[in-house]
Design a protein around this ligand. Structure first.
Ligand code: PXP
Length: 261
């Protein structure tokens, strides 16, 4: 299983001061030295963290493949077709959200996604769709011609978090906060089952299967046991841990838990 390190929150820290440090570009060499396999970054419509120049600089210098996440935004799509990252992952975006909540609605945006994927393929860019672990969504991803899917592990991570911490009930974006403790264990088991079945379904349809969102050194274990998942993309927990132990150590702590690719 390979690891893509999402560098968005290095840029979040820089944007907090609107100056030039920390620079996400500096991270990419540390990520390579730590043994990770890919750089992942999300160019959001609101440019709250990664900027166009970051994408440009990282793609031209990267010692590793670059996976750029974006929404169905025509300006960003045009920019990325010109910059040619190794892969583009289409994700949903709502301006008011704290992070990417939920996967893409493939049925609702079918024609737009199909055309966008075709455009990326024309530019020799590999593609992936960020979706919920739902077997029907995976069939749609196949019909749309995606090269891969990335399973959204956010719901799993939220349930895990609620089971193991006393996080204050103030984060409105975590729906699972409303659930009573006794329901959480069975909900966690059913979410893991959904991820397992979705990963199997993707493999049956010949779609590469990745996963990400909310993963960290504590909650990884059931996910790394799903052998059909070949890549994880992890950002927030690595950057948060790096504040205390450094980026290289934070990445190695994750890599040590992954089966060898
Ligand atoms: N994968 C995708 C498609 C994402 O949108 C994100 C968040 O930007 C991640 C992985 C990483 O999530 P986290 O920062 O919670 O590790």
């Amino acid at each position: 299983m390979t690891l893509g390190v999402n560098i968005d929150h290095i840029a979040t820290l820089r944007q907090a001061r609107a100056i030039n440090e920390p620079n996400p570009l500096e991270a990419i060499f540390i990520i390579k030295n730590a043994g990770a396999h890919q750089i992942t970054m999300h160019l959001r419509e609101d440019r709250r963290h990664i900027q166009d120049d970051d994408v440009r600089a990282v793609i031209s210098a990267a010692p590793l493949p670059v996976n750029v996440e974006c929404a169905l935004d025509s300006h960003i799509i045009e920019l990325l077709c010109a910059l040619k990252p190794n892969r583009i992952t289409l994700v949903p975006e709502k301006r008011e959200e704290v992070t990417t909540e939920g996967g893409l609605n493939l049925e609702k945006n079918f024609a737009n996604i199909k055309n966008t994927l075709a455009e990326f393929h024309k530019h020799n860019i590999a593609t992936s769709l960020f979706i919920e672990p739902n077997e029907m969504m995976i069939e749609s991803a196949k019909e749309l011609g995606a090269g891969a899917i990335e399973l959204h592990t956010g719901k799993y991570a939220n349930i895990f978090l609620m089971q193991t911490t006393n996080l204050s009930r103030t984060n409105a974006s975590i729906a699972e906060l409303e659930l009573p403790q006794e329901e959480l264990k069975s909900l966690l088991d059913s979410e893991i089952l959904l991820l397992q079945n979705a990963a199997k379904k993707a493999t049956t349809l010949n779609l590469a299967c990745f996963a990400g969102h909310g993963l960290n050194a504590n909650n990884l274990e059931p996910i790394v046991r799903i052998k059909e998942i070949s890549e994880l993309n992890i950002g927030h927990s690595i950057i948060a841990r790096a504040v205390f132990v450094g980026l290289e150590r934070a990445i190695k702590d994750i890599l040590e838990q992954l089966p060898t690719p």
